[in-house]
Design a protein around this ligand. Sequence first.
Ligand code: PEP
Ligand code: MG
Length: 311
Amino acid sequence: YEGELEYDVTEEVVDDLPETDTDVTLILGDPGRAFALANLPVDGVGLAREEFIVTSHVGSHPLELLERGEEKQFVDALRTGIAKIGAAFYPDEVIFRLSDFKTDEYRNLEGGWKYEPDEANPMLGWRGASRYYDEAFREAFRLECEALRQVREEVGLDNVIVMVPFCRTPEEGERVLEIMAEYGLSSDEMDVYVMAELPANIVLADRFADLFDGFSIGSNDLTQLMLGVDRNSEKLAPLFDETDDSVTRSISSLIEEAHRHDRPVGICGDAPSTIPEYTEFLLEEGIDSISVSPDVAVETILTVAEFESAE
Ligand code: PEP
Ligand code: MG
């Protein structure tokens, strides 16, 4: 592996690092980096971004490819990218986040303008779970499920599991799980997590826990929605604060409620990668896994190890 990390991924670094009870995992998009980054002594991938593969290796809107009868291109590219990441970290778990493009991002893909509304607030728009059961979009979602099914069943990488992003209500979660099962991804056979990134996910954590096998906190969206601060606004950037009491109390409450229902909780938002003291806060609250960007992985493992040995 060349460049970008501040340290060498050497055997020495790997061998000297202590084992931790709390898993430290990576946030990853580019399958081309997977095998190099798998040299890091992490416990798998907590957030693998499908959108990266679609943008870099497909480039066209899935409904456009369906229209042209070229959907195999979409499934093949997605399968290859997912399998590369799954294989690099096997047998450690790799959690693929189902697609969470916003309409403005989809409109940038070839043909996207034909299928996507021009929304005033794409962050609050047609994104995440709401797409998967939509009459117009569900065929595209079928392709996504098919790629994941092939990776698990045909390639044999059953360490690849999925999480559902931006799931606004338990009813929506239920519909998505039904459709996934119809498309060959049954939650009886694999763990399916839900992201906790809307205040509704926190308030109704007990009901989401009944449906899903675990939670992954999306602190980026959670902060945006808890504080009503557009995460893309430069003007409001000083108000975007993951350490605000409303956000940290939400996280504490989610972990408590999820554990009451025997469900694990991880975090895959940027907060622990960008705010040094965040990891300690999460450990105090009893989080089960922490995903970080590769450049702070070793540092995070050391923080976790120090916390655990002090305990
Ligand atoms: C989040 O919201 O914290 C998250 C991990 O997802 P994204 O940043 O892709 O919305
Ligand atoms: Mg998010």
